[in-house]
Structure formats: C-alpha cells, structure tokens
Design a protein around this ligand. Structure first.
Ligand code: ZN
Length: 205
C-alpha cells in the first residue's frame, strides 16, 4: 500500500503510531523501532505492508519504503509541506472511509511542489478540498453582517467571506479570488494576498 504520513506520535522510546492517508482510507498503524528501518517523517509518502497483531488492536506497519520526492531536500519546501499536511489530521481524524479524493489531492500537489511556490499550491489544493466537501462559498455575503460584499473580499477561517471592515483583515481582490475559485489558480493574487490566505489556511482546514 502507499500513503502520506499525516501524523506521527512517538511512544515507548522509539516506537511510533503513524496515521496515513492511503489510496482509500485513513489508516493508523503501529511501527516498532528497528535500527535497520529507514527513518520516516511527517509528510513522507511511503510504501508499506500492514499486518494484524495479537499484542495490539492497531495493525503493524512493516516493509516500509520511503517514496521520496526530489524537493524533499529543500528545507523550505519540506517545512511548508509538513505544515500543510499536518492540517489533515485534525480535519479527518474522525472519518473512516474517506475515498480517494484526499490521496489524489496530496499526490497531485506533491508532484508540483518542487517547481512552484508551495504556498500557492497549498491554497489551490485547499480550494479543491472545499469544493469537494461542499464548503466553498462562492456567494459573497459577509459572514458577520450578512450583507453582500461589493469590492475586495476578506476571508476568515474556512475561507468564509467577510467585509474588510467587519473582519479587520487584509482583503483579497475579487477578480483574483474568483479566478482562484473558477480555475484553481492563484495567478491574479499577489504575494501579500497569498501570505494572508496561507495564514487563514494554517488556522485549520
Ligand atoms: Zn460585513
């Protein structure tokens, strides 16, 4: 099986509890420490086998192989990737069969991560996630006062739209935001807007 590690918890010295978004599921596995095992980390894509265990209700992970991306050696890219992928655990932890959407989204995003601005890619992926979950707010009415938003749009957590004056945060140009929603592209958003959207995203999915 293959999957992305979205959470690692160290238990008993060097053993690990590992939560993975695999091709169709959210899976939690137990990994016994072994000196010969290759090290794994948050955000890694791995190939692994799963086996039942008499000692534990959590299946064991074995035959782990790290499927590295070329950008894994670039500190900034791996750091932002880990920040991004860590958001999936609190979001999905109570879900069971999650289908292939999340795996496919991470896979397609990881493929592009080395060549483009990672914060832009994370924002574009997040918009796809909101769309998939039926949470993308295309109607621009303010979360706080419920009135329509005519000009620039401030976004708060979950990308809920708001007036700049109601939310007291940096507003995003409306054309750029609509382009993002319609084309999954941050082309018309400037770096300040990207920074703001990344900040909102990092509050939680
Ligand atoms: Zn308002």
């Amino acid at each position: 099986m293959q999957g992305f590690i979205i959470k690692l918890t160290r238990v008993k010295e060097e053993d690990l509890i590992v939560t993975i978004i695999s091709e169709n599921n959210l899976t939690t596995l137990y990994r016994f420490y072994g000196a010969r095992h290759s090290p794994i980390n948050l955000g890694f894509k791995i190939d692994y086998e799963m086996e039942g265990s008499l000692k534990s209700t959590i299946p064991r992970m074995r035959d782990v192989l790290h499927l590295g991306f070329p950008w894994i050696v670039e500190y900034d890219r791996i750091r932002i990737w880990q920040q991004f992928i860590a958001l999936f655990y609190p979001h999905l932890q109570h879900a069971e069969a999650i289908g292939s959407f999340y795996y496919d989204l991470l896979e397609s995003t990881a493929q592009k991560w080395g060549g483009q601005n990672p914060k832009r890619l994370a924002i574009e992926a997040y918009v796809q996630l909101l769309e998939h979950e039926g949470r993308l707010h295309r109607e621009m009415n303010c979360f706080f006062c419920d009135l329509p938003i005519e000009n620039n749009i401030a976004l708060i957590r979950s990308f809920l739209p708001a007036h700049q004056a109601c939310s007291h945060t940096l507003a995003i140009n409306q054309k750029g935001l609509r382009w993002l929603y319609d084309h999954t592209s941050t082309l018309f958003l400037d770096d300040n807007e990207i920074q703001r959207l990344w900040y909102v995203l990092s509050e939680g999915l």
